[in-house]
Design a protein. Structure first.
Lengths: 361, 287
């Protein structure tokens, strides 16, 4: 079994003070892996919190400083963008509900510290989708130039509108009405999520409840099929678990909720790989309860695939099976997302577009 | 494997393309260094190699890898060295936020720096090469790297990239100017690199305070003309010429304000390099 112990960025997350023993070559590898995984700023804040930042040698320190300067400006820009989205929706009584990265930042979660993301994801009640779409496009968020097939595909089968982009500022916005495609086998009811929202700050910005935030993160990572940011995403889960376990009764709530919205399998993966990779402290009961979800063989196969796919996308973290694993999981994600009669024509069309060299967007 | 030391950056380059090896050995002669295994920290890990595809049998290409990833489309094999230079510019510009970066040439005389910001075709590199060949020290041909706390200019000594007619102009006017290979038919026309003088490499750790900001403009029939430039206008145009001003935010604005306030700012039109060199010498003597 391939256990990712030799991956230096993981070692630092698990035991930050090992950086005190690092020579410059080890710092070199740490910065490269962290940069590629998109966790350089997160690591910078971790080292600061542990009182280790002053011990970083000058050369690698430049990279951490650079990442912090970037994240400061990024946070400022996101704040401004959220204000504009909020204002666009407010007049139509559409509440601003944030998902993923933007939600972690606004909810002040540990996973939001140093978190970079390229899109802002929001959730809108299906009945308000048309109003929201119109309100946003009036303020300059336009659909990217995608062909008719993709437009229709999004609207008919997906859990979100086609991606929007502000015509002036170039910022990306994804408007969701659910957290899994409508065609997937275990698509949860959006109403259940909407009934459980939490208000952050007092300015009418909402996020999913803590347990739903975790389940959404898990669904996105383990059914999404894209692993470019897989390492950052499993690190998100690790941080969310650690933060929320400080609240009494959290694990019960989480397990019940997973059953309630039929996402126990996603939660199983989240707990299993967060613990395997980051040694996340998970309550024994929770482990017992979820560990029966998969048969031995299936667990072995999934471990083989996910452990590889979730490593930082850097050559020092690959073995000969990494590319294969990511490919299998990509195909799996489509398989889970759509029934056969939709999947086959869809993949054929995508391959045709790729083969003929037409760009998709 | 090459370890190239161009403070504040250390670059690791892996390549087996003979033309690149030759150019690096020539152009970066004074910047190459041996490195102990445990001391290997590099800011950028670059590989220049042929992409694996059947094209290599009928139209050989070269690819730029930054730590295993390929941000660009491949180029013809003959452009491998300019590809390295452009790629390295991109690496610096898109990973460095701890300094303010301006698209400008920087030279020094009497411990005072002159910044030549450049719109494409304005003749910044030509003027830079001429000044460097006449006794000014080269800090950088492509970007001004500014310490946001001390406002000092940090040298990044690398070859001066000259295009088209400029190559002949400089090589004919200055017998001491040392050129590498000429690369024909690149996206920017013919490109050739001038090797920085050894003295510039020796002083590559010496930072300098800014004294002059000069926006050059080469016009074929123009007589030499230096005119003062409004500080507000200078500030706006420097911001437009910055690679990372948008990320530095208000800090970038404050740094630019302080820089411009302390500098003498000019517009400069020229066609005759000798006159230009004399004029800058006069400026440097004024103190």
């Amino acid at each position: 079994m391939f256990v990712p112990k030799q991956i230096i960025v993981i070692n630092v997350f698990v035991q930050p003070d090992i950086v005190l023993t690092f020579n410059l070559f080890e710092w070199d590898l740490l910065v490269r892996q962290a940069h590629r995984a998109g966790v350089l700023a997160r690591l910078a804040f971790l080292l600061k919190a542990e009182g280790l930042y002053e011990k970083i040698p000058e050369k690698p320190l430049n990279h951490f400083n650079s990442a912090i300067i970037y994240i400061e400006q990024f946070t400022y820009t996101v704040q401004w963008e959220l204000t504009l989205i909020y204002n666009a929706l407010k007049n139509h009584n559409v509440p601003l509900i944030l998902l993923k990265g933007a939600a972690y930042v606004q909810a002040n979660n540990d996973a939001g510290k140093g978190r970079v993301f390229s899109d802002i994801d929001i959730l809108v009640k299906k009945g308000q989708l048309k109003v929201a779409e119109k309100a946003l496009s009036k303020q300059g968020w336009l659909f990217e130039n995608i062909d008719k097939y993709d437009q229709e595909y999004y609207r008919k089968w997906m859990h979100e509108l086609p991606p929007m982009r502000h015509f002036k500022r170039g910022t990306n916005l994804d408007v969701h009405h659910n957290i899994l495609p409508l065609t997937s086998r275990n698509c949860p009811s959006a109403d259940k999520l909407l009934a459980n929202l939490v208000q952050v700050k007092s300015d009418g910005i909402w996020v999913l409840a803590a347990e739903d935030r975790i389940l959404h993160s898990a669904i996105h990572l383990f059914y999404g099929g894209e692993f470019e940011h897989g390492f950052r995403d499993i690190s998100d889960l690790d941080l969310l678990f650690r933060e929320f376990s400080r609240h009494k009764g959290f694990w019960y709530k989480l397990l019940d909720r997973a059953v309630d919205i039929e996402q126990s399998e996603a939660l199983y993966y989240a707990i299993r790989y967060s613990k395997l990779i980051f040694n996340t402290p998970i309550s024994e009961e929770a482990l017992d309860k979820v560990s029966t979800s998969l048969s031995g063989v299936r667990r072995y196969v999934m471990d083989f695939l996910f452990i590889r796919a979730l490593m930082p996308d850097h050559e020092s973290c690959d073995d000969q099976w990494t590319g294969f694993s990511r490919w299998v999981l990509y195909v799996r994600s489509h398989w889970l997302r759509m029934p056969m009669y939709l999947l086959v024509p869809h993949l054929l069309r995508k391959s045709w577009v790729r083969l003929t060299g037409k760009t998709e967007h | 494997m090459f370890y190239i030391s161009i403070p504040p950056f250390d670059v690791q380059l892996e390549t087996d393309i003979p033309a690149v090896i030759n150019s690096i050995n020539h152009m970066y002669q004074y910047a190459l260094k041996p490195v102990e295994d445990t001391e290997k920290f590099s800011d950028f890990h670059i590989r220049i190699a042929s992409p694996s595809s059947i094209r290599k049998y009928y139209r050989p290409q070269v690819q730029f890898y930054i730590d295993g990833k390929t941000p660009f489309k491949p180029l013809p094999l003959s452009q491998a060295f300019p590809f390295f230079e452009w790629g390295l510019n991109w690496c610096i510009a898109s990973h460095t936020y701890q300094y303010l970066l301006l698209h400008a040439a920087v030279v020094e005389k009497g411990n005072q720096a002159l910044i030549l910001p450049g719109y494409p075709g304005a003749g910044k590199s030509t003027l830079c090469a001429a000044l460097v060949s006449s006794g000014w020290r080269l800090l950088s041909d492509e970007m001004a790297v500014i310490d946001t706390k001390t406002l000092e200019l940090i040298p990044v000594v690398r070859p001066i990239s000259l295009k088209n007619e400029s190559i002949n102009v400089i090589s004919e006017s200055f017998s001491n100017a040392e050129f590498g290979e000429s690369f024909l038919d690149t996206a920017k026309g013919t490109v050739s690199h001038m090797k920085p003088p050894k003295q510039s490499f020796i002083q590559r750790n010496q930072r300098v305070q800014l004294k002059w900001v000069v926006f050059p403009r080469y016009l074929a029939t123009q007589s030499t003309l230096l005119t003062e430039k409004e500080k507000g206008e200078t500030l706006i145009e420097l911001a437009e010429n910055s690679f990372n001003y948008n990320v530095l935010g208000s800090q970038g604005f404050n740094v630019l304000c302080d820089l411009v306030a302390s500098a003498r700012c000019y517009k400069f039109e020229y066609s005759c390099l000798d006159e230009a060199i004399d004029l800058f010498q006069t400026l440097a003597n004024e103190q």
